[in-house]
Design a protein around this ligand. Structure first.
Ligand code: SAM
Length: 232
């Protein structure tokens, strides 16, 4: 369970109404039950339910079960597509260990806005499900141009380009990160955006194979390749 509260030996952790409903109403936990908590900074802790009510409750930390495991410094920058597919991308990026998820508005992005809080909640759920000790930060929708104008050139870009034949590991092997993966929308990156990315010395275009993948498939494929080559 993700909580926004410090964790440590004997630490009491108050539960809000939503958490109490989930734990005691949905998951049928009761006084004395033990569960695992994380908050993104203190690792994972086993905690006991010491108060249980409909409107709240209290857990008490017993022992640390995992140290904090920071994900590699990888960003996933993608153009939001349909709601369910965007949710899928956030969920899979969390499972695959992204540190930051950046929805970006490109020329051919159809969705002009996102619900950042909802996507962040998806990331929390995915981190809970996969036993992570951190939750990636989902940032607000940012325009491709503003993102590029403020880009820190020490972060290399793995630009996924379906029009290219260079296999991804050739770019990644031996190159020092941190990294960001760029995935375009259904219509792909525009000619102008491709030109911009291709002109950056810290960006490299890579192929994920000979077929055109849907953006959500491409995001998972790209992160898998990245994890296999540079991840830990
Ligand atoms: N513009 C394309 C078209 O309609 O022919 C489709 C774009 S594809 C659905 C969405 C994004 O997934 C692309 O912008 C690219 O970033 C990524 N992608 C899909 N297939 C890929 C591949 N084989 N290699 C690298 N990237 C790929």
């Amino acid at each position: 369970l993700y909580v926004e509260h410090p964790l440590g030996v004997g630490q009491s952790v108050p539960l809000d109404r939503g958490q109490a409903h989930y734990l005691f109403g949905v998951m049928r936990q009761s006084l004395g039950a033990h569960l695992l908590l994380f908050n993104g900074t203190d690792g994972e802790w086993r905690a006991e339910v010491v108060e249980a009510g409909k409107r709240g409750g209290v857990l008490r930390c017993v022992e640390q079960t995992k140290p904090l495991q920071l994900p590699p410094d990888l960003w996933l920058c993608f153009a939001p597509i349909k709601k369910a597919r965007t949710d899928f991308i956030v969920e899979k990026a969390t499972e695959m260990g992204a540190a930051r998820i950046v929805p970006m508005q490109t020329e051919f992005t159809n969705s002009g806005r996102i619900q950042r809080d909802r996507l962040q909640a998806h990331a929390v759920e995915a981190a809970e499900q996969c036993g992570g000790t951190c939750v990636p930060e989902v940032v607000d929708l940012v325009r491709f141009r503003s993102l590029m104008d403020t880009w820190d050139s020490t972060r290399r870009i793995m630009f996924c380009d379906e029009a290219l034949a260079t296999a991804a590991p050739a770019l990644l092997q031996g190159a020092v990160g941190p990294w960001a993966i760029f995935i375009g929308p259904e219509g792909g990156f525009s000619a102008r955006e491709r030109e911009k990315l291709n002109g950056l010395e810290y960006a490299g275009a890579v192929s994920l194979g000979p077929r055109i993948l849907r953006a959500d498939t491409a995001a998972v494929a790209a992160m898998t390749v990245w994890q296999q080559t540079c991840g830990d």
